[in-house]
Design a protein around this ligand. Structure first.
Ligand code: ATP
Length: 327
């Protein structure tokens, strides 16, 4: 193992830089040349490779985003178009590849391994936390804290003005971030893609609990079957004419910012581990973190299965919801 390449792919998530840093440092520590690839799989398609040094990863552990850049590459999904890109990996004498991203990115990594036979390792990094085989993905903890901080601020205005806020958080296919942030921010309700939304029932519940109560928070995952927060307000409003309903879309602030200590530690542990297991001869696995310990999951299994949010948390929210509030 002389040259290990790595890339960040899909949506960026806080902690990706900490992971890059750990890979570079652990490679150099073991006399391996770390080779960063810029802009996800696009960098493979264009041969955009970067032989990295200690200096390149100084002072990056605390920054969000990714110094390598990330991208979604439609061309890379096409086996014919991919062929030319893969020749760059061969020309650059890459012995193995670490892909930091979500399950889509792992599918790309798997294709590379099938087509040119190099070992690949996945490091789960996405704010969605929807990856099978790990308790948490790199970036989820930071995004969760960003959402909770924002909701705390929105709650101030919600209670001052007696408003019901529908706060939309990221999660096209996964309600993980929505559900956890609802519990952590004390939201009255949460709408997630994994549960069907019944608008009439929602309106009745909101009306009941807002009798005299000064404002409520409903967290909405962007991929909810009833739509985003604006759509939902449009549907609920006819049932709640007398209430002041407001939408807030948190958007991309959820992806950025300094990674939390938890994400830095997770990313550093997983990045260093990815290098160690390549040297030990492991291939085509994802590095997971389960119950405080490193675990490996077959990459194909990780791609096929999704982590689902704990629906017990919905019952928890039910139990905590104010019943016929008079305050
Ligand atoms: P996130 O969910 O956080 O955005 P992700 O890794 O799941 O992360 P995707 O957009 O699904 O993000 O995938 C990232 C990239 O991986 C795609 O743009 C594409 O280049 C590559 N990719 C995805 N699926 C495949 C596939 N089946 N074959 C080859 N490449 C793929």
């Amino acid at each position: 193992m002389k040259r290990i390449a790595f890339l960040t792919s899909g949506g960026d998530s806080p902690g990706m830089n900490a992971c890059i840093r750990a890979i570079v440092k652990n490679c150099l520590h073991q006399d391996i040349q770390p080779v960063g690839i810029r802009d996800g799989f696009n960098g493979i398609m264009h041969g955009d490779f970067w032989e990295m040094t200690y200096d390149d990863v100084n002072n990056i552990i605390q920054s969000g985003g990714t110094i390598l850049g990330t991208a979604r590459s439609e061309d890379f999904k096409d086996a014919e178009k991919r062929k030319k890109g893969l020749t760059y990996l061969l020309k650059n004498k890459i012995d193995a590849l670490i892909v930091i991203g979500g399950d889509g990115s792992f599918a790309g990594a798997n294709a590379i391994s099938n087509e040119i036979g190099i070992p690949v390792i996945g490091v789960p990094a996405t704010i969605d936390n929807d990856i099978y085989g790990t308790d948490q993905t790199v970036g989820f903890d930071t995004a969760l804290n960003t959402v909770v901080e924002a909701v705390d601020k929105i709650r101030d205005t919600a209670s001052s003005h007696k408003r019901i806020f529908f706060v939309e958080v990221m999660g096209r296919d996964s309600g993980y971030l929505a559900l956890k942030s609802a519990v952590a921010s004390g939201a009255e309700m949460v709408l997630i893609p994994e549960e069907e939304t019944n608008i009439e029932k929602l309106a009745i519940q909101l009306k009941n609990q807002n009798q005299g109560k000064r404002g409520s928070i409903v967290i909405v995952a962007e991929g909810d079957d009833a739509g985003g927060s604006m759509d939902i307000i449009g549907k609920v409003k006819p049932h709640m004419e007398d209430f002041d309903l407001r939408a807030t879309v948190l958007g991309h602030i959820q992806r950025g910012g300094r990674p939390s200590a938890y994400d830095r530690i997770l990313a550093t542990t997983m990045g260093a581990e990815a290098v160690d297991i390549l040297i030990a001869g492991k291939k085509n696995v994802m590095v997971g973190h389960v119950a405080g310990k490193i675990k490996y999951v077959d990459l194909i299994q990780g791609i096929k299965l999704h982590a689902l949010p704990d629906k017990g948390k919905l019952d928890l929210l039910d139990k905590l919801r104010t019943k016929n509030s008079s305050k």
